[in-house]
Design a protein around this ligand. Structure first.
Ligand code: NAP
Length: 502
């Protein structure tokens, strides 16, 4: 017999916790959070690579309703963020709602019963509302290069770091130069015997203003919460100004590009090395990564930048795009995640059994990154075009939380069986997104990124001010959704299910 919850949330990261807290706050308690990991934390539980920290300021990268005066650094290290999320889980009374080590294998909309049937590795569930809070940076992506299965040494992905494996003295190939590699390469460069850093395209690196927060500052934040609010506000505004360059006037990116170029000139004296580290696209087209240690690490003895893609892997070696072979003991893939080919979309079937990934046909779209026509009573967090490359995703999550809470309330208060986004509202929203995307630096900056989907559309980023997104997401527009009453035959609440008493 299936367990039942009125709302089933998949994922216990920032999004799952945010929605859980919002539901409890509105006295709605019939929900469960299914988490495939052993604990809450999401990406901040699974990414533990050396040097992992958030490159968005700590006071901004946290819930507005749960400021943390105890951050030890202006940019928080991963263990502190995970700790913070665990504390939020407890503080908001969500622990009893959490089921860990439960992985969703399949979710199917049952038109007759007007319920979701959800199959997991530990049993089945039914739910009136299903919410995917799994996030876009969940499934590690390995490059499509031949020979990956043949390698006899150790392979790991940055998001699945093997801490039991000692890199000391080893010959290591590190593949990729995105935000993850830029954080861990400087941390391991002194330990490895030889470190080959494969750079398919050079990133723009800006100076990092990270520093420790003193005990006295923390005491002041505790005594005067307003001080921390002000810090948060300042961080928000400084990040938001980047939208001017990203989305409004891409030429403004030239100013920051000069800062990045000077940063490289200060840190890299060898002109040939500088040439190979200079990006060939406009800054902002890919995520801008702050680091004071990346360039120095690349110039350490034993570290070699390989300005090539990885082309092939053999039993004991890696081959670059120029055909040069290097023997290595370990390969670390910092090659990112399945972002636009959202893996959970292969598990969710809406009306007429249609898979979400089929409905998208390679180009994910949603209303406010949250809802999709023909997928009734289904919502997602950080879905298509609700991502950011410059500021706090927690801000977007809070806006989407308000939206999903309003939708669940509309369903509940009206006694309806289903709520489904209106096709025209969805289409209008996406037409407007496309119009705004067309002139962004992500389109005009001359780069290839994981932001693009299989059809080449940027399906990842939100191309406008984040406060505009929040305004749209938090103001409930009833016309954007259809509510339908229970079908006469159906018994939507709990026809063949039991409440989950565990
Ligand atoms: P990523 O940005 O997707 O970078 C993947 C890297 O792998 C790119 O440099 C890519 O090269 C390279 N690559 C892929 N296939 C390759 C091949 N065959 N040979 C050589 N290189 C190859 O991944 P990530 O660094 O894990 O970051 C992903 C996202 O996670 C970030 O954008 C960010 O949203 C998030 N993140 C955030 C933080 C934070 O501090 N907030 C930290 C880490 C990660 P190309 O550039 O040429 O495609």
């Amino acid at each position: 017999m299936a367990s039942h919850a009125q709302v089933l949330i998949v994922g216990a990261g920032f999004s799952g916790i945010s929605l859980g807290r919002a539901l409890r706050e509105s006295k709605f308690t019939d929900f469960r959070i299914l988490e495939r990991g052993s604990d809450a934390g999401g990406v901040w539980r699974s990414n533990t690579y050396p040097g992992c920290r958030c490159d968005v300021p700590s006071h901004l990268y946290s819930f507005s309703f749960a400021p943390n005066p105890d951050w030890t650094s202006t940019y928080s290290p991963q263990p502190e963020i995970q700790d913070y999320l665990r504390r939020c889980l407890d503080r908001f009374g969500l622990r009893p709602h959490l089921r860990t080590a439960v992985e969703v294998e399949d979710a199917r909309w049952d038109e007759d019963a007007q319920l979701w049937h959800v199959t997991t590795n530990t049993g089945t569930w039914t739910a009136q509302v299903l919410v995917s809070a799994v996030g876009p940076l969940t499934e590690p992506k390995l490059p499509d290069v031949p020979g990956i299965d043949r390698f006899k040494g150790t392979i790991m992905h940055s998001a699945r770091w093997d801490h039991a494996h000692d890199l000391t003295g080893e010959r290591v190939a590190s593949i990729g130069t995105g935000a993850s590699a830029i954080q861990y390469v400087p941390e391991i460069a002194d330990r490895t015997g030889k470190l080959f850093v494969f750079q398919r395209s050079a990133p723009w690196i800006t100076p990092h203003n990270k520093r420790l927060i003193t005990d006295a500052e923390r005491a002041r934040f505790r005594a005067r919460p307003l001080r921390q609010k002000i810090e948060r506000g300042k961080a928000y505004v400084s990040k938001e100004l980047l939208v001017l360059g990203f989305a409004k006037r891409p030429r403004l990116m030239g100013l920051l590009q000069t800062v990045a170029r000077k940063h490289m000139e200060r840190q890299v004296k060898d002109p040939a090395l500088r040439r190979s580290l200079t990006p060939d696209f406009t800054l902002g087209c890919k995520r801008i990564v702050p680091s004071n240690t990346w360039y120095p690490a690349l110039q350490k003895p034993g570290v070699e930048i390989v300005p090539q893609a990885l082309r092939e892997i053999r039993e004991h070696s890696v081959i670059d795009a120029a055909g040069v072979e290097r023997e290595v003991d370990t390969i670390i893939f910092a090659t990112g995640f399945h972002v636009t080919d959202i893996p959970i979309a292969d598990k969710i079937r809406g009306r007429d059994g249609e898979l979400l990934s089929d409905a998208w046909a390679g180009s994910p779209r949603a209303y406010l990154g949250v809802s999709v026509p023909r997928f009734p009573n289904f919502f997602m967090f950080l879905g298509p075009n609700s991502g950011l490359g410059h500021s706090s995703m927690v801000y977007m999550i809070e806006a989407q939380t308000a939206h999903v809470k309003n939708a669940i309330r509309a369903l509940d208060v009206s006694g309806s069986a289903t709520i489904e986004v209106d096709q025209q509202a969805h289409d209008r929203y996406n037409t407007e997104l496309d119009r705004k995307l067309a002139t962004t630096v992500w389109e005009t900056g001359g780069c290839q990124t994981f932001y693009r989907d299989a059809n080449g559309r940027n399906a990842t980023l939100y191309p406008d001010w984040t406060f505009t997104f929040r305004r749209n997401a938090t103001r409930w527009k009833p016309d954007a959704y259809h509510l339908t009453p229970p079908a006469p035959r159906s018994q939507p609440r709990q026809p063949t299910t039991t409440a989950d008493a565990s």
